[in-house]
Write a protein that binds this ligand. Structure first.
Ligand code: GDP
Length: 193
């Protein structure tokens, strides 16, 4: 997709702050520091639309980015960061519940995982959660530039096995550094908007 307009709209913490224009939404979930911001920036060909930060777990808001006035990327706060308090974790869970249970215009979820490693317990839990609510999931296995070519096929297999991946979902090996997977990610996203 040729992105002509990409704008940050709002950091929402409560339902009242969600945009009201009824555009379709594509959410991004993933472990803190996995590379969600870099993924968004790569897809929209901008260096820093989404914040890439060295402080994992800091962003506890739903960040809305409007793309070409046509749909939203909704960056949901990263999970699995050990240093957040129990209270913070509960706040996170409540926010996620509200969003995933109620948001009718949410069409699909991009679950960003680290291609170098098997999915973590938190990744598996997130995938199960998304499947419970019957959202289509596109797994973005990022940082593929760090995985030698000869290992990629077996790593994809491993990721699918650990997640108990459902065959109607999609998986895209991706790299924000080389841009590999970008076209395929757009092709799939377009199916849902
Ligand atoms: P977020 O917290 O999930 O938004 O993660 P960021 O996008 O801020 O990325 C976290 C770190 O991973 C940064 O140091 C990025 O430079 C690095 N990173 C992100 N994507 C890639 C990738 O495709 N390949 C490599 N090698 N590093 C990446």
């Amino acid at each position: 997709m040729k992105v002509t307009h990409a704008e940050f709209m709002i950091s929402a913490t409560t339902e009242k702050q969600y945009p009201t224009d009824r555009l379709p939404e594509i959410a991004l979930a993933g472990r803190s520091n996995v590379g969600k911001s870099s993924f968004i920036n790569t897809l929209v060909s901008r260096k820093s639309l989404a914040r890439t930060s060295s402080k994992p777990g800091k962003t506890q808001t739903l960040n809305y980015y409007r793309i070409n006035g046509k749909f939203y990327f909704v960056d949901v706060p990263g999970y699995g960061y050990a240093k957040v308090s129990k209270k913070e974790r509960e706040k996170w869970a409540m926010m996620m519940e509200t969003y995933f249970q109620k948001r009718e215009q949410l069409r699909a979820v991009l679950l960003v995982t680290d291609f170098r490693h098997a999915p973590t317990k938190d990744d598996v839990q997130m995938y199960e959660y998304l499947k419970f609510y019957e959202f289509p999931v596109i797994v973005i296995a990022t940082k593929m530039d760090k995985v030698p070519k000869g290992k990629r096929t077996s790593y994809i297999k491993r990721t699918k096995e650990v997640l108990k991946f459902v065959d109607t979902d999609y998986m895209v090996p991706f790299s924000a550094y080389t841009g590999e997977g970008k076209q395929e990610a757009w092709r799939l996203i377009k199916k849902f908007i």
